[in-house]
Design a protein around this ligand. Structure first.
Ligand code: ACO
Length: 328
């Protein structure tokens, strides 16, 4: 009989450095009032020079593994969702695997921007259900601030750094664990959020560097509409697949992109605002790390109990989007 994939441990980590709205007021023409009202962010973590993505991924993973009460050597799958890897080759997943001592795992990266963690959960779920994995580690980790142009006020106020991780185990209990997953993408919207530089197309010339080709470029207004529509749609799809109703959900964690996006999605789904989790005020948008960081915070705060229905939804550059429904 196919086993269910259940999360048995989570963890999170972020740089000590913090960039406040007051700091940004000194860098670009913006204000705490504008950022708070239009996005909902007060501060974000920012990695110091010399810090790199896998450091935070490893710290979050160690915490998740410890809480899962397993030996890292038992992990047979490591998926790292990131758009800000340590280096081009090898994958950040392989670097994390080595640091953790998860030597028998298959390790790789998933590049799906803010939806990366839910893409990772979907893959791990399938590997576990297919009998190819018993303990899977899924991580979302980013140092986005390296790719942010701190002269562009429309992007530099949004992004922050951090990592979150979850250990999934194969479980016989058919009632608990991941009930439904759905991942989607539409490359026709690629230029709503993109960083064209640093790859084979534009190369690594001094001109490309000087032009800031590797910085994130965003059409925030267009992305906003796609985000609300796609997260609401995918949430309804996973609920329908599992035969559940939005009113049954006890905890809803949407990707933390903008408080107004979160509010609009919750409104469209007609869920009670009290079940919607938000930490964007103090983390900003950490892309693939946003959902696992939020999930870990909710568990620590006792916001999720055994048997609760938990809904996760995301969207991001690509564009990509996804939904995962779990019974805790
Ligand atoms: N401070 C002050 N004014 C600003 C700032 C700022 N930081 N940024 C933009 N403005 C100005 C604009 O210049 C514009 O001025 P104008 O009317 O004189 O031209 C005005 O504010 C309105 O600009 P909009 O872009 O229409 O503002 P909007 O309300 O859409 O908010 C935002 C912009 C916050 C970017 C919003 O569109 C948004 O959150 N979009 C989604 C973005 C997102 O989630 N991206 C991440 C995707 S996840 C991933 O894959 C990593």
């Amino acid at each position: 009989m196919a086993k269910n994939a259940r999360i048995i441990g989570t963890g999170r980590s972020y740089p000590e450095g913090i960039l406040t709205n007051a700091d940004l007021e000194r860098m670009v023409e913006t204000s705490d009032e504008w950022i708070t009202q239009r996005v909902g962010i007060k501060q974000r973590h920012k990695a110091a020079e010399g810090e790199y993505t896998s450091q935070f991924a490893v710290a979050a993973s160690r915490q998740a593994i410890e809480r899962a009460k397993i030996d890292p050597a038992e992990i047979d799958l490591v998926i790292c969702a990131t758009v800000t890897p340590d280096q081009i080759l090898p994958s950040t997943g392989c670097l994390i695997q080595t640091e953790l001592g998860a030597h028998k795992a298959a390790a790789f990266d998933v590049v799906a921007a803010c939806s990366g963690f839910l893409y990772g959960l979907t893959l791990a779920n399938q590997m576990i259900r297919g009998g190819q994995s018993r303990y899977a580690l899924v991580i979302g980790a980013e140092i986005l601030t390296r790719y942010v142009d701190y002269t562009d006020r429309s992007t530099c106020v949004i992004f922050g750094d951090g990592a979150g991780a979850a250990v999934l185990a194969a479980d016989d209990d058919a009632e608990r664990g991941i009930l439904a997953t759905r991942i989607r993408s539409d490359g026709r919207y690629a230029e709503q959020l993109f960083a064209p530089g640093g790859g084979t197309r534009l190369g690594h010339s001094a001109e490309s560097l000087a032009a800031g080709d590797y910085y994130f470029k965003m059409r925030g207004n267009e992305l906003f509409k796609v985000a609300v529509r796609s997260m609401a749609e995918v949430s309804r799809e996973v609920l329908e697949e599992a035969g559940c109703r939005a009113e049954d959900v006890k905890l809803f964690i949407p990707h933390q992109a903008n408080q107004r996006i979160t509010d609009s999605v919750a409104d469209k789904l007609k869920v009670d605002p009290s079940i919607v989790y938000s930490n964007i005020a103090y983390h900003g948008n950490t892309s693939s790390a946003s959902i696992p960081i939020a999930l870990d915070e909710c568990i620590e705060a006792g916001r999720v109990a055994e048997g609760d229905l938990v809904l996760l939804a995301s969207f991001g550059g690509g564009v990509t989007w996804g939904g995962v429904l779990l019974r805790w």
